[in-house]
Design a protein around this ligand. Structure first.
Ligand SMILES: NC(=O)c1ccc[n+]([C@@H]2O[C@H](COP(=O)([O-])OP(=O)(O)OC[C@H]3O[C@@H](n4cnc5c(N)ncnc54)[C@H](OP(=O)(O)O)[C@@H]3O)[C@@H](O)[C@H]2O)c1
Length: 221
């Protein structure tokens, strides 16, 4: 498989966006990190180049980033819909991958919150009026993505309703060394996928680690 994409990351200046951008660029994709503030995005990219010595990443506004072939949403859950609303027209009819989890930190635990429609993926599908929204990367600890010495060895749960969008998402996940995309089903699974992140983050807090997922019983060979 040798599919390379132009990928925009909305809200890409946070740890999750930066960590993913670095791993995607290493995987051969062209990445645009998006921000509310273009100069912040450019500074973040300069820091990435200095730290990781890689090319293939640019910093732009969220709007410019949203013109990419494939777009990843990496905003905080409570800023997601307001961030996407002004750029809906750029996102219609393209593959949009959400990694957004709605959670709140309480009493040294992370608790999941249920958005009005049941998940952030369903909220995003509604505002974009699109079936090409998929979910992936929810369970990846950004700290491990950012650590260039960390060899990844995780499964990435992928959900979605549109076959070509699912295939594109799996291609992108599998292009990152150490990740294996596992399609689990439709967007009806999105709340379960998003909310399980609270279990992983709470375990990470309790055990002072960075928990992620490796499934058994679903790999071939
Ligand atoms: N961190 C992880 O380990 C991890 C792992 C998997 C999934 N996720 C999910 O990925 C998403 C991003 O996580 P993160 O830790 O990178 O988040 P973050 O650092 O809190 O936010 C990411 C970016 O969103 C933008 N942003 C912040 N507040 C905003 C607002 N009110 N309106 C619009 N944009 C705003 C900021 O970019 P600008 O200031 O440049 O606009 C910020 O750098 C979350 O939904 C999280 O649940 C995170």
């Amino acid at each position: 498989m040798n599919n390379k994409y132009n990928i925009g990351i909305i809200g890409g200046t946070g740890d999750a966006g930066i960590g993913l951008a670095v791993r995607l660029a290493v995987g051969g994709h062209e990445v645009i990190i998006g921000s509310r503030n273009e100069s912040k995005a450019k500074e973040v990219v300069n820091d990435i180049i200095a730290k990781y010595n890689i090319s293939g990443i640019k910093g732009e506004t969220n709007e410019n980033s949203s013109t990419s072939e494939v777009v990843i949403v990496a905003t905080p859950w409570d800023a997601t819909i307001s961030t996407l609303a002004p750029i809906v027209n750029n996102l219609k009819d393209k593959v949009v991958i959400t990694m957004v989890n709605s959670m709140i930190y309480e009493n040294k635990e992370m608790h999941s919150l249920m958005p009005t429609l049941g998940s952030m993926a369903l909220e995003i599908m509604r505002i974009l009026d699109s079936k090409k929204v998929t979910g992936a990367f929810h369970h990846l600890p950004a700290k491990n993505l950012l650590n260039k010495d960390k060899k990844l060895d995780y499964d990435v749960v992928v959900f979605g309703d549109n076959q070509s969008a699912i295939e594109t998402t799996l291609n992108i996940v599998n292009s990152i060394e150490g990740l294996k995309g596992i399609y689990v089903g439709s967007s009806k699974l999105s709340f379960a996928v998003e909310s399980f992140t609270s279990v992983l983050v709470s375990a990470s807090i309790l055990h002072k680690g960075h928990a992620s997922l490796k499934l058994t019983g679903v790999h071939q060979g």
